[in-house]
Design a protein around this ligand. Structure first.
Ligand SMILES: [Zn+2]
Length: 235
């Protein structure tokens, strides 16, 4: 009598298990369940979580960076939105329409907006306040609507290079630009602290290895490896 080899029976079971794991990870992030579940609930019902609301201009403890906009810290450094993905910054959600909630520079520096940047500026900080021997860059993005109409402040048109700005300088408004008009993101600011290449250029902020843990800069628990269950905030 023909007997099915064991792997033919085992294979579908493995495939189903793998699909289940994939869906779980996609929906819940890899390891940040309690905190990200709160955020996903807030996306459905924005009357929740008011106790975690942060205001623009707040300085937390002795931290050097000012909180740059109004909103809820929804996602933090090293959160994961899909398998293999690692989030390089923090996302601050205003809950307003696009183009309403202002964004201010968290720290002084020299602002550049490359000629093809629709929704983004980057600010060079020659002396990292935490490590004065090194230069860092602070990256701000999603400042446009779904169709790519920019909300970056008119003072900083495309092609702006090395314009000095103080902390608190108006940079633009939170938007929902993703690059794909059919699939905008929720209205927020993404801000990240980007490494220098050692030759005066910023590295690609999409790779988390090119960024710093923002926690000590903002004085908040913004690292998903150590903060799995609380929404960061301070008064
Ligand atoms: Zn982000």
């Amino acid at each position: 009598m023909f007997k099915k080899p064991i792997f033919l029976i085992a294979l579908p079971v493995v495939a189903i298990a793998a699909a289940g794991l994939f869906l779980y990870v996609s929906n819940h992030g890899s390891r940040n369940g309690p905190r990200t579940d709160l955020i996903y609930n807030w996306f459905r019902d924005q009357s929740t979580l008011s106790e975690y609301w942060m205001s623009s201009g707040v300085l937390c403890g002795d931290a050097p960076f000012m909180f740059p906009t109004n909103g809820l810290v929804g996602f933090i450094w090293d959160d994961s939105f899909r398998p293999g993905h690692r989030h390089s910054g923090l996302d601050i959600f205003s809950g307003t329409a696009p183009g309403v909630t202002p964004i201010a520079a968290a720290y002084p520096g020299y602002l550049t907006r490359q000629p093809d940047w629709v929704s983004t500026v980057i600010i060079r900080v020659p002396q990292d306040p935490l490590e004065p021997a090194r230069q860092i860059w602070v990256y701000y993005t999603h400042m446009a609507d779904a169709n790519g109409n920019s909300f970056v402040a008119p003072e900083f048109p495309q092609g702006t290079s090395e314009v000095f700005v103080e902390a608190g300088t108006f940079l633009g408004y939170q938007g929902n630009y993703s690059g794909d008009p059919n699939s905008p993101v929720g209205v927020h600011l993404h801000i990240s602290i980007v490494k220098d290449d050692g030759f005066g250029n910023f590295l690609n902020e999409l790779d988390i290895e090119n960024t710093y843990d923002p926690s000590p800069y903002f004085g908040m628990p913004l690292n998903a490896n150590t903060n799995t269950d609380t929404i960061p905030f301070c008064r």
